[in-house]
Design a protein around this ligand. Structure first.
Ligand SMILES: [Zn+2]
Length: 523
């Protein structure tokens, strides 16, 4: 998709590799629209929600390509930019700890954001292959050191998600006496104050356990579409739809409740009172402070690491808020790909679809918690991620389906499948359920057909294939000078990445749950 935009006065994305500040070249609505269209046209029916009965979540990475800004260009000169979806993911589920496998052939975490990111890694591997072995046009150009590559300077990546990521970014204050800008809050059997469209967040059973008999009466309200909410809003969205810079100092590892936080930091007008918060199904990790679980806004504590909920079984997967915060420091390429890259690959912006949203909460969750992390290796840094919201609703979101289906019989449920799509020529699609390709039988598990293309083992396979197609004298030092065998050894050998990860853990994410090393010993 090519379009025309005008230079705008705003600061560029943090990477200023271009010779002059990169202009703002897209709007949140354009990004959302492009992703919704891609979903509609390029994704198969298989794996999509069943109409009127199921919903899902959508995430994607969009590549923005722009001409290098010339100093002689006038600020209002139109700039032609190309926007292209390079990876996409749908999904709402996460497997429990007991289902994890040491062979790397199951997807532990199938939330849309994570599927989109793993699909993005597949895309990056393919682009490296183009550059390193096929001498074809690629997003990568040779770096300064042997065997290393870097992104072309006129590219950046925008992450789209149809919803606020689960975990910390979803703990949004609801203010009294404001117009409701988005979807109504509907409370019935399978929807609660949890705004995460997380598949396995709540069963009526565990929800009852959490429900506080003293909770605000307003919780019981059912708001119909179009009804102005007198008691509910989507939090502080209206106060901060524009980038409001970072307010994060002092929030990290905080003991603040949402109510106090909204008071001190969110810039909520004095007349607005926090009456409640949207809740997250993600639980605090052991070693962190606990949620207070008090009525209303004092239910959660903010700024904490959280684990995704699983069905009956505890999961080892960190919430999407936590993972995205990590990508903002370490890049979203992961450890393996760093063997071939001169710098990590950062996202320049995150765009969220129409849903309950708070600018301040997003800033805190994705940037603020890591803001003060120091002493990162060369090339790494906490990015000034631009965070914006679109006004366009994803048609298959819980909210949209709920409104459309009106009083259709039966329960509205999250779609159990996850779709991965990557801009690669061979088999771009991959539809999974419970972490395996859809249709995999119990007997089939363990076979080659029963591996998702974005599973650890398959991404490792692609990595090895790339390496073997490059002549050894052109390998990067990190791979040429030592003999590496297992997946774990390859990851550990990405030394700058590991150093950055260790600094991030020490300074901000000490209780991050890591998979035990024996889950990474496959070859
Ligand atoms: Zn999530």
């Amino acid at each position: 998709m090519t379009s025309c935009a005008h230079y705008s006065p705003y600061a560029p994305p943090s990477r200023s590799r271009a010779s002059a500040p990169a202009p703002t070249m897209w709007t949140p609505d354009e990004i959302a629209q492009l992703c919704y269209k891609h979903y509609e046209i390029r994704l198969p029916k298989q794996g999509k929600p069943e109409p009127n009965r199921e919903w899902t979540l959508l995430a994607a990475v969009v590549k923005i390509q722009f001409p290098i800004y010339e100093a002689s260009d006038t600020p209002d000169k139109p700039v032609h930019v190309t926007k292209e979806v390079v990876s996409m993911g749908t999904g709402t589920k996460c497997i429990g700890q007991s289902k994890m496998r040491k062979s790397g052939d199951i997807l532990n975490d199938s939330h849309a954001e994570v599927i989109a990111r793993r699909s993005f890694q597949r895309y990056l591997l393919y682009q490296l292959q183009l550059a390193a072995t096929l001498n074809k046009e690629s997003i990568f150009v040779p770096g300064t050191q042997r065997g290393l590559w870097k992104l072309r300077p006129n590219l950046l990546f925008v992450f789209f998600s149809s919803h606020t990521p689960c975990g910390d970014a979803s703990i949004i204050p609801m203010l009294e006496f404001e117009e409701q800008p988005c979807c109504p809050v509907i409370r019935d059997q399978d929807s609660s104050l949890s705004l995460e469209d997380s598949g396995n967040v709540k069963t009526p059973e565990n929800e009852r356990k959490h429900e506080d008999p003293d909770g605000p009466v307003t919780k019981k309200m059912r708001l119909e579409p179009g009804t102005p909410a007198r008691f509910f809003t989507n939090g502080t969205a209206q106060h901060g739809k524009q980038d409001s810079g970072s307010f994060a100092s002092g929030v990290r590892g905080s003991n603040l409740t949402v109510e106090r936080l909204a008071d001190v930091a969110c810039g909520a007008p004095r007349s607005a009172t926090v009456v409640d918060i949207y809740r997250t199904g993600a639980k605090c990790v052991p070693g962190e402070a606990e949620d207070l679980r008090k009525p209303g806004a004092a239910y959660h504590q903010v700024g904490l690491l959280r684990v995704k909920p699983g069905r009956g079984d505890r999961t080892c997967s960190m919430s999407c808020s936590d993972k995205m915060a990590r990508w903002n420091v370490l890049g979203c390429q992961g450890a393996l790909l760093m063997h071939f890259l001169e710098e990590p690959i950062y996202l320049s912006a995150v765009v969220i679809g129409k849903c309950p949203y708070s600018q301040e909460v997003m800033q805190r969750a994705l940037i603020g918690r890591c803001q003060n992390v120091l002493a990162l290796p060369k090339g790494y840094g906490v990015q000034e991620l631009k965070i914006q919201q679109s006004d366009l609703l994803f048609e298959q979101s819980r909210c949209a389906v709920q409104t459309k289906r009106a009083d259709s019989p039966g329960r509205l449920v999250p779609c159990g499948a996850a779709i991965s799509w990557a801009a690669v020529p061979e088999q771009p699609l991959d539809v999974t359920a419970n972490g395996f390709p859809q249709g995999t039988t119990k007997k089939g598990i363990g076979s080659l057909q029963a591996r998702s293309r974005i599973s650890k083992v398959e991404l490792f396979r692609s990595f090895q294939k790339l390496l073997s197609s490059i002549s050894e004298d052109k390998w990067p030092d990190s791979l040429r000078l030592q003999k590496l065998d297992t997946y774990q050894e390859h990851k550990e050998a990405a030394s700058a990445y590991q150093e950055a990860w260790s600094a991030l853990r020490k300074q901000a994410f000490a209780s991050w749950i890591r998979n035990p090393p024996d889950y990474h010993q496959f070859k």
